[in-house]
Design a binder for this molecule. Structure first.
Ligand SMILES: *Cc1c(COP(=O)(O)O)cnc(C)c1O
Length: 368
């Protein structure tokens, strides 16, 4: 009996588990460019809202998230019944999978794309269909449309795409959705939409008004800089929100997250400043990388996807970590031979570029 171990659900075997990246550092502070966080710390008004809620933490949070949903609805020009709030937008993705998928059903998404998408199929026993990105590392919407069948329940479009940073204009997504049968839920994951120069963030909200099967997914984790609190939201049909509520635990979005996000959603001038500063860094880092002869996909996000000229991305990542710079290896994201690098402050970006020069010199190209 002593040899017995816990027996888990067979579906778990198809879900990869990545331990957190090792960080070595060289005595200096680490440069954290692996998780697409922003370097901007919470605004004073957001801190005040969090502090003000601490005294009543003996009470459960609002299960309806009424105030936050009302603020988001007002900001986005939709009815509050169309707003779902989650413990991070990842929670909404997982809830959507539980609500939409089951054995025999299919989910279609581009690849490489967000690392959580394959989990949605694995957790529910649905069949996943991955569709390669095009030559510019963008979603190939025509190819995705061809994979939609009578069994398809969910299509995921990540715009801008993580990990490549590439984006499509709203008109292209609109035309795509018009071709997809209405029983198929199309989730447009817009975690980075504020950073895109191809559209105003408000522009894509029209997709929800025009198509009853579209859900936009957004988050307070990226430009709003609140990933430590976990809060995201979706805009879509009320039936989607009710379905998500049914499969989640009660009181799922904590009180501090609700309080902070309720204030953060109205700090649009701060968002614009962050977007501008990120765009300046994006231009700088991408130009520097291309000047080194490395291919970089056109980024509309706060990170970029860079090819390493045949080098092993894990070795380059280890070399960078040794110098205290943490980025994500492409192999873990479906793109061996690449790095995904978040844009930080100018200082952090310079440290990354210096460390990269050393790492490129230390790791030989495969064909060299
Ligand atoms: C970061 C990210 C999210 C947001 O996740 P949260 O759970 O809201 O922190 C969602 N989708 C994509 C593609 C992301 O990169």
């Amino acid at each position: 009996m002593s040899q017995m171990t816990i027996e888990f659900n067979a579906r778990l075997e198809s879900i990869p588990y990545y331990p957190a990246a090792d960080a070595y550092g060289d005595g200096r502070e680490l440069v954290l460019l692996a998780s697409n966080e922003t370097p901007f710390t919470p605004a004073p008004a957001v801190r005040e809202a969090i502090v003000a809620r601490i005294g009543s933490l003996n009470r459960y949070p609002d299960p309806e998230k009424s105030e936050l949903r009302a603020r988001i609805a007002a900001r986005c020009g939709v009815d509050a019944s169309m707003v779902t709030v989650g413990n991070g937008s990842c929670e909404i993705l997982l809830a959507a999978a539980q609500a939409l998928l089951e054995p025999g059903a299919e989910v279609v998404f581009a690849w490489p794309s967000f690392s959580v998408y394959p989990q949605l199929a694995a957790l529910t026993g649905a069949r996943e269909v991955r569709v390669s990105l095009d030559r510019e590392q963008r979603h190939d919407l025509a190819a995705i449309a061809r994979e939609v069948t009578a069994a398809t329940r969910l299509v995921l479009v990540c715009n801008p795409n993580n990990p490549t940073g590439t984006a499509l204009p709203v008109a292209a997504i609109d035309a795509f959705v018009a071709e997809v049968p209405r029983h198929v839920c199309v989730i447009v994951d817009e975690a980075y939409v504020e950073f895109s120069t191809l559209q105003d963030p408000d522009e894509s909200i029209d997709l929800v008004r025009r198509h009853p099967n579209v859900v936009l997914l957004r988050t307070f984790s990226k430009v709003y800089g609140l990933c430590g609190l976990r809060c995201g939201y979706a805009i879509g049909p009320e039936s989607f929100r009710v379905a998500c509520e049914k499969v989640r635990q009660p009181f799922t979005v904590n009180a501090l997250a609700q309080a902070a996000a309720t204030v953060a959603i109205d700090l649009q001038e701060e968002v614009e400043r962050r977007v501008e500063q990120t765009a300046v860094e994006r231009l700088h880092v991408v130009e520097e990388l291309r000047a080194r002869g490395l291919p970089v996909a056109d980024s509309e996000a706060n990170f970029c996807w860079v090819g390493l000229g045949g080098r092993d991305d894990r070795l380059v990542c280890d070399e960078l970590a040794r110098q205290g710079v943490i980025v994500r290896a492409g192999s873990a994201l479906g793109g061996p031979g690449h790095l995904r690098v978040t844009f930080g402050t100018r200082d952090e970006n310079e440290r990354f570029l210096d460390a990269l020069d050393a790492a490129l010199a230390a790791v030989p190209a495969a064909d060299a």
